[in-house]
Ligand binder design. Structure first.
Ligand SMILES: [Zn+2]
Length: 386
């Protein structure tokens, strides 16, 4: 065998062992050997290497190895591999360092203006990442890549933002530029898709086979996870439910069409309607008006909640999921609306035969969902490529 091929085989074997430990930990050397067909000596050698390099360690737990012998189990160190999750929103950028278990080790954020050019935002992301590596004492050798989640249509394969109304960006080669600026490999995806993945891997939809996540905030969108996989559609735009037409004679949407679903629900539309009556600067002010019993404020918010319940009925009728996760700024800021929406669902809007087929849950990871999900897809990519 040529030297080059030998190296390749060695790397492949190492990765196979690493992946089994990641997926099945804690796991014994014997079990790894059995699953891979490698000799116990080869497995022991690879495990020792991984231990020396600080990727794995032996646990206290022991497995029976037959004839009364005990063998220790191998487990990944949580910080064996670290990725960086970035959430890019219209007014804010959040950055977090994510360990193998999806925990946020360290995080930071900075505000952005809605008209900031891509280059300016990316430069600040790179700066913030370097600052956090320093401040949180992150071992940068362990960083395997960056995952970015943002609202818009993304070409995941090449890391290009085709179109994002919310950021005001078109054809931005985001992955390539971030790699130039930071040296780390980058992957880009739609924010709701990575958020749904995070909720399914370690949040409120843990263990679910068929989950729909809905996001109600500055936009309205959804993501569908089937058997642990994000359902993308042909151009990664599956789930852009905010632009489904509800009333062709309705209000104008920022996409240029009239009567899109999101014009009844999202924060900019609610504020623009409210401002026809009196100056209302924030969604908090609008909810305050409603709490004070102001009729037009109650009308606007009640109507928004009704459309959220209608959206739940529509996705449940379309996909027949086992769970629906409610997320987004409106739910995060006003958790009380969760009860109102669910009670509207069951009293009025959910089709009777589907009543007991699914649960409605709140996002568990809240504002961390996107950075965790983005970080985890960056790790997945690393493990698949190496
Ligand atoms: Zn629209």
């Amino acid at each position: 065998m040529k030297k080059h091929d030998q190296d390749f085989m060695k790397r492949q074997n190492r990765l196979t062992v690493f992946q089994i430990i990641k997926n099945e930990q804690p796991v014994s050397r014997a079990s790894i050997a059995k699953q891979t067909g490698m000799s116990p000596t080869t497995v022991s050698r690879i495990v020792s290497e991984l231990m020396e390099e600080g990727y794995v360690h032996e646990t206290e737990e022991q497995a029976s190895a037959g004839r009364g012998r005990k063998s220790s189990l191998i487990q990944l160190l949580d910080t064996a591999v670290i990725s960086i999750g970035v959430e890019l929103d219209r007014y804010q950028v959040n950055i977090g360092f994510i360990d193998v278990q999806g925990n946020v080790m360290c995080s930071g954020s900075f505000p952005r203006t809605s008209d900031e050019a891509a280059e300016a935002t990316l430069l600040r992301i790179a700066e913030t990442i370097n600052g956090l590596i320093r401040d949180c004492d992150i071992d940068s050798k362990r960083i395997v890549g960056i995952g970015v989640g943002l609202p818009g249509i993304i070409d995941v394969a090449v890391g290009v933002v085709n179109f994002s109304v919310q950021l005001g960006w078109k054809n931005v080669r985001l992955a390539e530029r971030l790699k130039e600026l930071t040296g780390f490999h980058a992957i880009v995806d739609n924010e709701l898709k990575v958020k749904a993945l995070a909720e399914q891997l370690k949040g409120s939809a843990f263990g679910s086979n068929r989950t729909v996540l809905l996001g109600f905030g500055n936009g309205v969108g959804s993501a569908l996870i089937l058997q642990g996989e994000i359902y993308r559609g042909v151009t990664n735009s599956a789930g852009e439910i905010g632009h489904t037409t509800v009333d062709p004679e309705g209000m104008m949407c920022d996409c240029g069409k009239a009567g899109c679903l999101q014009t009844y629900i999202n924060i900019p539309s609610l504020l623009s309607e409210a401002n026809k009556i009196k100056p209302v600067r924030t969604i908090e002010e609008l909810f305050e008006e409603r709490r004070n019993g102001t009729r037009w404020a109650s009308y606007l918010i009640d109507r928004a909640l009704a459309y959220m319940a209608i959206t739940i009925n529509n996705v449940v009728s379309m996909y027949n999921p086992d769970s629906v996760i409610l997320s987004g700024e409106i739910l995060d800021k006003f958790p009380e609306v969760y009860e109102e929406i669910t009670s509207l669902c069951y009293s009025k809007y959910i089709w009777e035969p589907l009543h007991d087929s699914f649960t409605i849950v709140r996002s568990k990871l809240h504002e961390h969902g996107v950075i965790i999900g983005s970080g985890l897809i960056a790790q997945d990519r690393y493990f698949q490529l190496n």
